[in-house]
Design a protein around this ligand. Sequence first.
Ligand code: FE2
Length: 131
Amino acid sequence: MAEFKDLFQTADWKKEKHVPAIESPEKCKKGESLKVTVTVGKEIPHPNTTEHHIRWIGVYFLPDGEKFPFQIGKFEFASHGESVQGPNMSTVYTQPEVVCSFKTDKPGAIYASSYCNIHGIWQGMKKLSVE
Ligand SMILES: [Fe+2]
């Protein structure tokens, strides 16, 4: 039986459409607001249909040397084309892209996770330095 942590798949987000791409400054100033954009399918679009879509993205920050990450935000995507007329009939689809902000005095790593309804859980990471 696999450990839960082994179910988090990863790859280069430029080559694998499921990996959440994290866009943020390489460095920030202590206590200054830092904007983070997380997108699934940035380089290679992921399907967005009633049958196959991204359900959520989570964003976390782990300060260097610490054990427990802090959750910055969790974003649920609720419209996947379904309507009273049937699958893919509404033409309304939530796009799997989120923008959030946080501040920290500590360097560390931003982690993002995402969930595809048929291809499971994916993760991405980007380092952050503080000056
Ligand atoms: Fe997928």
